[in-house]
Write a protein that binds this ligand. Structure first.
Ligand code: GLA
Length: 722
């Protein structure tokens, strides 16, 4: 891995053993993108000139050359395509022409301050300094290259080096101008209970992409996009992934220009955003990860998974086994008391489960979703001995104890709201629109954060909790903060997220032994920002096994199974009304952080026995399922079945899962070709004892049993013979 600068060509070449990222300075001043892809030794001047139609002798600003050159950091000057950074000077104009000043290569990766980001072990970082001579504004572009993962981390810092204030109106994190637009764009879109479905379409001229302006990355979309060659498949061809380490408003877009250059950008959404910088102040953008693979979409996903496992997730549980949990939400909803919870706990003990999570409704007087958020005090009607007493009883049964909280919210019917009606986000004079009967706390304010951190910390202490589910159940509307002046109201979205990160940092650091799972009305904030604090995220409120085949498939484009909360729930399923076999529900949930979400007390003994067997299996193969090399084999978006597998690093062990959709009569047994195995090894299926060659499994395939009944599944645990 290295970052090289060639002073003759003024080219920067970032590379590791597999990937190159190259850009040059046009006219000695403007960083121009040259290449990103499979590693090359060099790109000759001749080829660069053919791409850019420019040589050092012919480059001239007056020829509007920046309007057609591929740029690393386009600003509003001569380039009239969509830019990466836009700001307004005190005189109201907004031209900005940053020019190269200096660069520096450092080991590791500098901190992003209040923003979370990947760690920089074994990495090297290029800091490129550009300056606008008229205003004195400095833009520092930061590029990190890793030895062990084919990801370039990019971010930008805007420093007001001038004498008058400026207002930043757009500050994206990365821009890559691709040489040609003959590519497909994939984004993840959906809705509540239908998060992250896969949408792929060819690029067309103009603007396209995905975005959220809801104050969270959202159930509707994800801060990610992928560009692939027209012939790229799951296992072969170019795949370029863009993911943002951020949990608020974002935009991931491609602008295809007059010459079919595809400008791909990602960062904070410019809508309803601005940031005022006094002289000397700086604005740091979130970090974007640019993952490349020549080995298709699967190869790209594995780069993200490696990045997450080695450089993003942190703390005790980052690479550890996760407890098998039972969550009482779908078992009881709000209708529980201590006796019911203890019944559930005793059934959990019989079912060999590790941890009981007490979900929503344990505080204030919350009998349904219309009160008490903000009042994190025990409801002694339901829990006569409070959290402390319940937790003691659960622990005495040999179970760990987990707790649901929703720290960012306040119910209008709460002591907190009655005491501080101005602590919620609201636009003066407009209705305080309640979604799910709740309002969003103004976490841009330090006193609000301090209060919430104090209350939540107290609850976690008195409950002696081992696990926390941190929920966030509505998006932000009627934006406004009582604490910000008029000229700074558009800073609220980013300040809110910085406030969330501050609270998460303080609370997770205060409880280093606790496992944290983030959640947002299902999977409404499934992003890399959250994963920097909490190693797992609740994937979706939809626990239907067949829907989960889709949601988990698309989620795995970026996120590994270790990040995906997945539970076995009751049938008929509460979101779809569908009944799927218990074994299929378990097989699908096992490919995430495993748990249950149903009333165990109502299950017949044979199902409790089956659950014990699933748990034993999960314990035996969980390191492989969560942290192994993940391969998608079949997509439920494309047909009537789904399949995936996880392979150990040494390729001596694998777990393969196959799920059929609806049974179709009179069909022949199918074949499922595996991938990622060692062709020269012989594998034994731990369950049936049958042996297969690695080559046979990959080139011929596993024979699938024609299903008898809907949503049947098969699982193989393949272990190499000595
Ligand atoms: C959200 C979560 C659910 C549950 C409820 C509780 O919808 O996604 O899992 O915790 O809130 O109100």
């Amino acid at each position: 891995m290295s970052i090289a600068y060639d002073s003759r060509t003024q080219a920067f070449h970032l590379k590791n053993a597999r990937v190159s990222y190259i850009f040059r300075l046009a006219g000695g001043k403007y960083p121009i993108h040259v290449y990103w892809g499979r590693r090359v030794r060099n790109i000759t001047d001749e080829l660069i000139e053919r791409r850019t139609a420019w040589t050092d002798e012919t480059f001239s600003l007056n020829e509007a050359s920046l309007d057609y050159l591929p740029q690393e950091c386009p600003t509003f000057a001569v380039d009239m395509r969509e830019g990466m950074i836009h700001l307004v000077h005190e005189n109201g104009t907004s031209a900005l022409l940053p020019e190269y000043v200096s660069h520096e290569v450092v080991d590791g990766k500098p901190s992003l301050g209040e923003l979370p980001g990947a760690r920089g072990e074994g990495a090297q970082t290029l800091l490129l300094r550009l300056r606008d001579a008229v205003s004195g504004v400095v833009i520092e572009l930061c590029y990190t290259v890793y030895e062990d993962v084919d990801v370039i981390a990019r971010s930008a810092r805007i420093v007001n080096g001038g004498k008058t204030p400026v207002t930043v109106e757009k500050a994206l994190s990365a821009c890559v101008d691709f040489d040609g637009s003959d590519m497909n764009l994939t984004t993840l879109n959906g809705a509540w209970a239908r998060e992250r479905h896969l949408y792929t379409r060819p690029l067309v001229p103009g603007h396209q992409g995905t975005a959220s302006v809801r104050g969270a990355s959202s159930v509707q979309t994800s801060p990610f996009m992928m560009l692939t060659g027209r012939d790229t498949t799951e296992t072969a061809g170019d795949a370029f992934g863009f993911a943002l380490c951020y949990s608020g408003n974002f935009e991931a877009s491609v602008y295809v220009d007059q010459h079919a250059v595809a400008r791909a950008q990602i960062g904070i959404h410019p809508f309803n955003f601005s940031w005022r910088l006094a002289p000397g102040e700086a604005f740091q953008t979130p970090e974007a990860y640019l993952a490349y693979s020549a080995g298709g979409i699967g190869g790209m996903s594995r780069q993200f998974h490696t990045l997450i496992h080695r450089h993003i997730t942190t703390g005790k549980y980052a690479r550890a086994a996760r407890p098998i949990l039972i969550n009482n939400w779908e078992a009881t909803y709000f209708n529980f008391d201590e006796a019911k919870l203890l019944d559930l706990a005793r059934a959990a003990v019989r079912a060999d489960i590790d941890l009981l999570v007490l979900d929503d409704g344990w505080f204030g007087h919350r009998d349904r979703d219309n009160s008490s958020l903000g009042d994190w005090v025990d409801d002694t009607r339901k829990l006569p001995d409070g959290l402390a007493g319940l937790s003691e009883k659960i622990h005495a049964l040999g179970l760990k104890f987990g707790l649901w909280v929703e720290p960012e919210m306040v119910s209008p019917d709460s002591d907190l709201y009655r005491a501080h009606p101005d602590w919620c986000i609201h636009a003066p004079g407009y209705p305080r629109v309640e979604m799910r009967n709740q309002l969003v706390l103004d976490l841009s304010r330090a006193e609000v954060r301090d209060h919430v951190v104090g209350m939540i910390t107290d609850a976690l202490r008195r409950g002696h909790v081992d696990y926390v589910k941190w929920d966030m159940n509505r998006f932000i509307t009627m934006w406004g903060s009582a604490a910000l002046p008029a000229g700074r109201q558009k800073e609220l979205g980013h300040r809110y997220i910085l406030g969330v990160y501050d609270m998460m940092r303080r609370i997770t650091q205060a409880f280093p032994d606790v496992l944290f799972e983030s959640c947002a009305g299902g999977g409404g904030r499934f992003d890399l920002g959250m994963l920097c604090f909490m190693p797992q995220t609740w994937c979706s409120d939809d626990t239907d096994a067949w829907m989960r085949c889709k949601i988990q498939h698309a989620t795995s484009l970026v996120f590994p199974p270790s990040a995906m909360g997945a539970h076995v729930s009751a049938v008929p399923n509460h979101q779809t009304g569908r009944s799927t076999p218990l074994s299929t529900r378990a097989a699908v949930a096992m490919s995430g952080t495993y748990g249950y979400e149903l009333d165990l007390t109502k299950l017949p003994d044979e199902e409790i026995e089956a659950i014990r067997a699933f748990n034993a299996k999960v314990r035996a193969v969980q390191p492989l399922l969560l942290y192994g090399t993940y391969h998608r084999l079949r997509s439920a978006f494309e047909g009537n079945d789904a399949a995936w597998m996880s392979v150990s690093e040494d390729r001596r062990e694998a777990v393969v899962t196959h799920v059929y959709g609806q049974a179709v009569p009179n069909t022949k047994d199918g074949l499922l070709r595996l991938t990622g195995l060692d062709p020269d090894l012989t594998y034994r299926d731990a369950q049936t004892g049958k042996t297969y060659g690695g080559d046979e499994l990959m080139y011929y395939g596993l024979r699938l049993k024609a299903p008898w009944g809907d949503y049947m599944s098969q699982q193989w645990h393949l272990v190499a013979e000595a």
